[in-house]
Each structure stands twice: as C-alpha cells, then as structure tokens.
Design a protein around this ligand. Structure first.
Ligand code: ADP
Ligand code: MG
Length: 440
C-alpha cells in the first residue's frame, strides 16, 4: 500500500527513534483525489511533519502512485494512550568518553523512555532538540512535578545528540552544581575557566532551575551564560517543577528569555502508561511478573514514576527474600506498608453499599430495604459485614445506614458471613474482589 511504501521510505532515511516518534504515530485517515489526510498526535508533530517531512512525503506519494497529493495534517483530538511504543533497539553500549564527561546516566535514554499521554509532547520536543539543536526550540523548557521524567528526558537528549554528533560538547548540570561551580570560581579566581567551560558547549542542560530562586549572583551569571550560548545558536534545555514565572524571585529578564523557546509540561502518567513503564522495567530486569500484578502495582502508585519504580524494586526484593514468584498477593504484602491506604481516608458505609451493589447487581436502595429474597439478603449481609470490618462505625450506626435496622441484625449478618467465609472459597474471592475495589 501507499502508506506502507511511505513508511519504508522514511525508515530508510530517518533514525529509528525519529521514525518511531513521527512516522509511527501518524495514521493516514483518508485519501482523496487531491489530498492525503494524516492524523498526528499533537501540534508539535504537525509542525514537525510540515517543516521537515513535507517534501519527502509528497515525493514518496508521487513515486508510488504518480499522483501529486497534498498532505493535510489533523491533530487527533481524543486523548490517545500512545503507550509503550515498541522501543528502539539502539546500541547504547557506545560508552565513549564523552558520555561520561557529559555526566549522563546511561539508563536515561529515549530507548528506555515510555511515551504516554502526559509526556508525549515533551518527548517529541526533546527529540527535535536532540536532532536539530539550537534551531527550533531554544531554550526548551520542561516543567512538571517530581519524578515524572524531566531529568530522564534531558539525559536522553544528551545521549541522542552525542549519538548523532559524537564530538558535540554536551553538558548536564543540576542548578545547584551550576551555582556551586560559579561560587567556587569566584573564590578560586577561576572565573575565566568557568566561563570557558560553560560557554563553549553545544548543549547546556540545567536541571531544576527552581533552585535559582533567591540566588541573585547565580542568576546574573546564568543570564550571561544563556545569552552567550543563545547568540551562538547553541541549544539550551532547562527544567523546573513549575513555570518560570511561578519561580519566586526569578529575574524578569530570565523569565522572558525562557519564554523565547518552547515550554512543555509533563503531567502524571495515566494507568496504561504506568503499566507500560512497569512492564518495560520488568522486562529489562528480566523479571517474570503477571499482567494482573503489574496492573495492581500501577493501580496503587498513581502519581510519581520514581515511586512506581521503587514499588517494583520492593516487590522484587520481597519475592527474593521469600523465595517465591511475584504474584498480586505478594505485591500487596510487599507494598502494604508504603501504600497510602495505610492511612485510609475513612471508608464510608455508602461506598461499601455501592461497591457491593455494583458487584451483585442490586441497588443501594435494595440493600437498605427490607426485601428478603436471596439475591438481596446475601449481598445485604456482605455489605453489613464489610461495614463492620472495614470501617470504625458502631453497630447501631451501621444498622441505621441500612434503612434503620437493629444492631442485632448487623451482628447476625457479620457472624453469618464470617462463618461462610471460612468454608466458601467462592465467597472469599468475591469479597476480596469487592474489598480491592474499595481500596482504590
Ligand atoms: P524528574 O526529573 O521529573 O523528577 P526523573 O527523570 O528523575 O523525574 O524520573 C524519575 C524516574 O522515573 C527515573 O528513574 C526515570 O527513569 C523514570 N521515568 C520517568 N519517566 C519515565 C518514562 N516515561 N518511561 C520510563 N521511565 C521513566
Ligand atoms: Mg529531576
């Protein structure tokens, strides 16, 4: 097909990571007599296609079909879980000395970065900058909460740039390192050297610049470093936990300079992305973890990727100590003490009624009512039982939440279910499922 042909053409001319980012994410949606309509994930992708790939695609279409079609790029509007692209098998063992000089962590590459909804733009921008430093997005500014991959992306830019241009001078520093280097250079009278060092690079990355707040002298120096690099069209990449104008005491002139380029935020990963990150991590460590266990862990830790990784390490350690395979219940045990549900926001009886009702397909009204059909009585007793064991509510309070029943009814329900649980594995599983749904 035409698209297949174009894909192959791009495969030949683009790097693998570039191909995965731009071409793989694009979907041809319609072919007319004059146009080919292509759906892409974001405005950034659209720009990239229009600025960089346009002539190649028009050419390719002509080669294949003899037609002159004009591509139209549409941004896909529903949110797309563009998770875990099959990743680039690039050889990163390229342990040349520059990598070390650049202070890059060899694990933080594009290959190991999982793309999801919250970081797709950032990832795409990072790639552009790595491949065409100093031309399009300068400076590139990532902002977002802790543990969401800002540092990882920066390092990936550095690796990728060195991959493409092994002699490039790449420098990654935390904002504290920059500040310390600067202060030391004053104390040691080596300012000349400091400036040579920082102003001779092709790519300067300064991480977590929110720590420039309050550092007047450092900001001053950074301003000049920035200008020197910018004037030479050298690439600058910065990160912060918030937008520049929200950083206290950041000089206005820095704020305005940072706005010259592109600012992209990184937001917390959705569940699918978290699962994909765990799966990738597990694969790379050759851990055998069932899918439902990965989902379970991803469901427990929902904001911070560093914590997500920490959870996996913990589960792994737990299974090693116990000498057993990793299962969902093992993961639950391993994570018990770090899970926020250890300090639960008091679970309400209503929430229990809803969960039980949903599970057994009865309404909350029926659970609270007086009907004595079996299909309702058992769920009602289960809901009472769970209200007893999962909340701190008193018996009379529970009774009253079930349509004003007597507390002895609650005791009876509790004892009955507790007894059945001992010998009925089906019931055990059902209740466990309901309890898990309530822990979310
Ligand atoms: P930040 O700098 O935003 O605080 P980091 O870049 O240090 O976050 O990321 C925290 C951890 O999560 C790192 O180990 C990093 O490799 C991992 N991580 C973050 N985002 C991703 C991702 N999209 N795919 C894979 N790993 C990720
Ligand atoms: Mg960081």
């Amino acid at each position: 097909s035409l698209w297949r042909y174009l894909q192959e053409k791009f495969q030949e001319s683009l790097s693998k990571v570039s191909y995965d980012t731009w071409i793989d994410s694009a979907v041809p949606v319609r072919l007319t007599d004059t146009n080919i309509i292509i759906e892409v994930p974001s405005s950034l992708h659209k720009d990239y296609w229009q600025n960089n790939l346009m002539s190649r695609i028009v050419e390719g279409i002509y080669e294949f079909s003899g037609k002159e079609l004009t591509p139209i790029f549409m941004i896909k509007n529903e949110e797309m879980p563009d998770i875990a692209k099959p990743t680039v098998k690039r050889n990163n063992s390229n342990n040349n000395r520059l990598f070390k000089d650049a202070q890059l962590n060899s694990k933080y590459t594009f290959d190991t970065f999982v793309i999801g909804k919250g970081n797709q733009m950032a990832h795409a921008a990072a790639l552009v900058v790595a491949e065409e430093p100093g031309t399009i997005y300068n400076p590139l500014f990532f902002y977002g909460g802790v543990g969401l991959g800002k540092t990882h992306l920066m390092h990936a830019i550095g690796h990728q740039m060195l991959q493409l241009r092994p002699t490039a001078k790449v420098k990654y520093v935390s904002s504290e390192t920059f500040a310390n280097d600067f202060i030391n250079s004053i104390q040691n009278r080596t300012q000349e050297q400091f400036r040579n060092e920082y102003r001779s690079v092709d790519l300067l990355m300064v991480d977590d610049i929110q720590f420039f707040a309050d550092k007047e002298g450092t900001q001053e120096e950074f301003f000049h470093t920035f200008n020197a690099l910018y004037d030479e069209r050298k690439q600058i990449v910065l990160t912060s936990d918030r937008l520049p104008n929200e950083i206290p005491k950041l000089q206005e002139r820095l704020i305005s300079r940072f706005a010259w380029g592109l600012s992209v935020d990184i937001t917390p990963p959705d569940l699918e992305t978290r699962i994909a990150i765990l799966r990738k991590k597990a694969n790379s460590e050759r851990l055998e973890i069932p899918d439902d266990t990965l989902s379970y862990i991803a469901g427990q830790i929902d904001s911070n990727i560093r914590e997500l990784e920490g959870a996996l390490v913990r589960v792994q350690a737990y299974s090693a100590i116990q000498g057993t395979d990793i299962t969902t219940s093992l993961a639950a045990d391993a994570l018990k003490s770090i899970m926020p549900s250890e300090k639960p926001k008091a679970l309400s009886i209503y929430a229990i009624q809803q969960a039980v009702g949903k599970y057994y397909h009865v309404t909350v009204e029926e659970l609270k009512g007086k009907k004595r059909t079996k299909g309702i009585v058992v769920p009602r007793q289960i809901a009472m039982y769970l209200s007893r064991v999962m909340t701190d509510n008193s018996l009379p309070k529970i009774g009253s939440e079930f349509g004003g029943k007597d507390h002895t009814t609650v005791i009876h329900a509790h004892d009955k279910i507790a007894l059945s649980l001992k010998k009925d594995p089906v019931l055990q599983r059902e209740i466990e499922t309901i309890q898990n749904s309530l822990k979310k």
